[in-house]
Design a protein around this ligand. Structure first.
Ligand code: MV4
Length: 451
């Protein structure tokens, strides 16, 4: 019998997943909050279920509601997408327990990688380079702590093992900041995550943010799909991503890619995953692993022609599927601009009705978006409206194509960060690929604000 997938998400990723389901011949259930009735994917879903009010805590994050919707529709599997419940091991566990296949790795793997000390230990065992630091129990005694700090060298980053994605961390420049920073971070971590365990790392200054896309069959076989550069970000929100990461040491990259595959095979990783690194002075340093599909997955798809979402569905539902590194080839360059409903200078969200809009198009341009003329952007969720993805032979022509795509694209009725993207495409530092994770906030925004 045709299997049925419940898409436990909204916006562009729900539409992306729905399209993939249709392509592989799966029935679909779209779920939505009462503030989300206009979502585009609901028009194409076989069935739709309202799972609660606009507040995400009572809808997209409300596990009993989602499991009930899966139950009443007779769904076989649940597609989590990104955000919301995608990396919640308890949700994955409950799906498994209720007889629904969670489309992603096992709850045990999500749990392991969600604990950053455990993840770092697993990475090291797989031969992945990590940031020098300290992850045993921190001493109470100042002298002992000073010895550890001297060995690492200041500045030191204090991180919560239950943190990640920029939460539960702070930098210390000397022993006094380290002592006070530990007690503050401990308290914050206890309140936010119910886990006060911390670890220390050498603070890497002005690195690039490079990540590796991996894919596993859940039985001990995995492949990599190369690197991405996601250095252009603000407050841990990525703005532009590209694949592959360029101007990165070739030999180091190959070593890291192989080690990433080893890691995934050792934990029998299932589905799509991302291993994140800092890159500085020809060296990679593991920071964390994300056990989900990421927003920026299309740039990898465009240079490999490997459909990551289709592969997620096929592996999860036990459909015919061959995973073979030798079948993966890399061609050209791809870039993604995240178009958000926000003020381009202040980044304040700008929900409301889109009175008119026109998507970009043409050779090598992909537009992943759920918006349309007449759609009202609700204020309750993240502000991602669209991803414009361009693919060409080389980075330089990719930027040119993106400029043209941005020129064609307009949205009326709400503010977007369109002008920020155009300015970035015209920025010399970005064009020269000389930026790092701090460039946008520390340098670019100051000149952009004044223009
Ligand atoms: C770091 C770091 C510098 N040194 N760790 C931020 C989110 C989380 N994934 C880890 N993060 C960082 N860890 C050491 N030892 C700098 C960051 C960081 C960062 C990393 C990736 C992308 C954007 C970032 C923005 C600020 C800080």
């Amino acid at each position: 019998m045709t299997k049925k997938v419940l898409i436990a998400n909204r916006g562009e990723i729900a539409l992306r997943a729905l399209r993939a389901c249709k392509e592989v011949g799966l029935k679909t259930v779209g779920v939505y909050s009462s503030g989300d009735q206009e979502l585009k994917h609901l028009r194409f879903a076989d069935e739709t279920v309202c799972i609660g009010p606009s507040n995400p805590l009572e809808s997209y994050l409300y596990v009993p509601g989602i499991l009930s919707a899966a139950e009443v529709t007779g769904s076989d599997a649940i597609y989590p997408g990104y955000g919301f419940l995608a990396e919640d091991y308890e949700f994955a566990e409950k799906c498994e327990g209720s007889g629904f296949k969670f489309i992603g790795p096992s709850s045990a793997v999500i749990k392991k990688m969600g604990d950053k000390i455990t993840a770092k230990t697993i990475a090291e065992k797989s031969g992945i380079p990590t940031v020098p630091g300290y992850k045993d129990k921190l001493p109470e005694n100042k002298g002992e702590l000073e010895k550890i700090a001297t060995k690492i060298g200041f500045p030191i980053m204090i991180k919560a093992t239950a943190g990640g994605g920029g939460r539960g961390m702070r930098v210390a420049n000397d022993i006094n900041e380290l002592i006070s920073g530990i007690s503050i971070t401990q308290q914050e971590a206890k309140n936010a995550f119910g886990n006060e365990t911390l670890y220390l790392e050498k603070y890497i200054e002005n690195p690039r943010h490079i990540e590796v896309q991996i894919f596993g069959d859940g039985k001990g076989k995995a492949i990599h799909l190369g690197t991405r550069d996601c250095s252009l970000q603000r407050r841990h929100q990525k703005i532009i991503e590209e694949a592959p990461a360029v101007d990165i040491d070739e030999g180091e990259t190959q070593k890291v890619l192989t080690a990433c595959v080893n890691l995934c095979e050792s934990i029998k990783y299932e589905g799509a995953g991302t291993i994140e690194f800092l890159y500085k002075d020809e060296e990679f340093f593991f920071i964390e692993m994300n056990t989900r599909i990421q927003v920026e997955h299309p740039v990898t798809e465009m240079i490999t022609m490997f459909d990551l979402v289709k592969a997620q569905l096929k592996v999860a539902l036990g459909m015919d599927f061959v995973l073979d590194q030798n079948r993966i080839t890399f061609k050209g360059h791809a870039m993604e601009c995240r178009i958000n409903a926000e003020d381009p200078v202040t980044f304040i969200p700008s929900p409301g009705k889109i009175t008119k809009m026109h998507p970009p198009g043409g050779f090598g341009i992909r537009f992943d978006s759920h918006i349309y003329s007449g759609y009202t952007v609700p204020p309750y969720y993240d502000s991602l409206l669209a991803k414009i993805i361009t693919a060409t032979n080389k980075r330089k022509s990719c930027i040119k194509r993106m400029k043209n795509a941005l020129d064609e694209f307009f949205v009326e009725g709400i503010k977007t960060n369109h002008s920020l993207h155009l300015a970035l495409m015209n920025d010399q530092t970005f064009q020269d690929n000389k930026h790092n994770i701090n460039y946008l906030e520390d340098n670019f925004m100051k000149q952009f604000e004044n223009d």
